[in-house]
Design a binder for this molecule. Structure first.
Ligand SMILES: Nc1nc2c(ncn2[C@@H]2O[C@H](COP(=O)(O)OP(=O)(O)OP(=O)(O)O)[C@@H](O)[C@H]2O)c(=O)[nH]1
Ligand SMILES: [Mg+2]
Length: 396
């Protein structure tokens, strides 16, 4: 396990090892690249996806499948239909329920009747969509009251893909519907266990050529799932931490009093300081910036939830090229950078012993549902992980 060995080397205190001479380094580096090439079949690079619920972890796994394992067969696409129906059903029921709670009126008497019909149904989505069901869902989604309710969806838990699926409802309700790749990327099913995906990626000549196996682990992000995470900490080379930039105005499903972005930052601190992950590289995906930009265009402001944003923006106002979305992105990223620079003393069993001033954290702004964006970002990430493992030698 060459990569693991290198990580161990990097953790040793500097004064106990003699710095290698340049020629020695070159020789070792050369051998290592040869080894990497030769041993690549039994030496997967292990990446662990972490983050709060709905931050986009499983969507990244789907993208790896699209980019590195031929995507989805027709049968696999058909298997996703019940999940997509359930997403639509959950979304429309939630919107109708919230109309009363938020005291919003329907646009017409017939929409009220459609709402009564939807509320009379089981919470499980129908196996097939009858004409009656489709007419009521369409009527509701076109109702002005439901649209105002949707505009206030930060006040209650609603799937991020609700609009996507309801906008595409006519296509999806067709008898011969087969989910597209985009539909699969937008569908949502909570992760409760631990799953993994393995794939191979060609290596550039600079890293020895051949190909490298990657193994990526997906876990559930809700609070009651996080106690399972430790099972996969062993041997992880890189943690991909996902944080949703768009959730600054939302509260948790599992605790409606807790702001989602605050929770994600708290979790990031715990991951950064976790002693079992202290030798793993940390890469942050500041995800869902498409939704964040949409929110800001619709008049939402992060300052209403994070008052310190005002000072952050005014301090740097000399650069007027940026708009509010840019500032919001930079603000969230800065909060994470600040966490990595916090001095801390170990005060729990899970914390690392030292404040890792030498440890780097890498940041990318992402839209996990956008295959091109993930292809580009992941290509950087994979290059970084592999060359980090090689250049790790140069530290000693
Ligand atoms: N518009 C948009 N939607 C996204 C993005 N990333 C993820 N989503 C959607 O957000 C929802 C939640 O994504 P998941 O990948 O299931 O989230 P998760 O982190 O695996 O959640 P848990 O399994 O509960 O931990 C899905 O409907 C995704 O399609 C993004 O960047 N933009
Ligand atoms: Mg998931």
């Amino acid at each position: 396990m060459k990569l693991r060995l290198l990580r161990c080397l990097r953790q040793q205190p500097k004064q106990t090892t003699r710095p290698m001479q340049q020629e020695e380094l070159e020789v070792v580096r050369h051998h290592m690249m040869k080894d990497m090439q030769k041993n690549n079949t039994d030496m997967p690079v292990k990446i662990l996806l972490l983050g709060t619920a709905e931050s986009g972890k499983t969507t990244i796994i789907k993208q790896m499948r699209i980019l590195h394992i031929n995507g989805f067969t027709d049968d696999e696409r058909r298997e996703k239909i019940p999940e997509i129906y359930q997403n639509i059903h959950d979304s429309i029921i939630q919107l109708v329920r919230q109309m009363t709670l938020l005291d919003i009126g329907f646009g017409s008497r017939s929409s009220e009747r459609s709402a009564d019909y939807i509320l009379s149904l089981d919470s499980l989505a129908p196996d097939y969509m009858s004409e009656e069901y489709c007419d009521h869902v369409m009527a509701l989604w076109n109702d002005v009251g439901i649209r105002s309710c949707y505009n206030r969806s930060n006040e209650f838990p609603l799937l991020d893909s609700a609009k996507y699926f309801l906008d595409n409802f006519v296509r999806i309700s067709d008898m011969d519907y087969i989910p597209s790749t985009e539909d699969i990327l937008h569908s949502r099913k909570i992760t409760t266990g631990i799953s993994q995906i393995t794939f191979r990626v060609p290596l550039p000549k600079s890293l020895g050529g051949g190909d490298q196996e990657f193994r990526m682990y997906d876990v559930g992000g809700q609070r009651d799932q996080r106690n399972k995470w430790i099972q996969v900490f062993e041997g992880i080379q890189a943690v991909l931490f996902l944080i949703s930039c768009s959730e600054f105005d939302q509260n948790l499903r599992e605790d409606p009093t807790q702001n989602r972005l605050q929770e994600a930052l708290k979790l990031f601190r715990a991951v950064w300081q976790n002693r079992f992950l202290s030798s793993a590289g940390l890469i942050v995906f500041l995800n869902k910036y498409d939704i964040m930009e949409r929110k800001i265009r619709a008049g939402k402001h992060i300052v209403d939830y994070f008052p310190e944003f005002e000072e952050f923006q005014s301090r740097r106002q000399q650069n007027n090229l940026f708009d509010e979305s840019d500032w919001t992105k930079m603000f969230i990223k800065q909060k994470m950078v600040d966490i990595t620079q916090e001095p801390f003393k170990r005060n729990s069993r899970n914390q690392t012993d030292y404040s890792s001033t030498e440890r780097e954290c890498y940041y990318h702004f992402t839209v996990a549902t956008d295959t091109r964006c993930i292809r580009d970002v992941f290509s950087d990430v994979q290059q970084m992980i592999l060359s980090e493992n090689v250049s790790g030698l140069a530290l000693y």
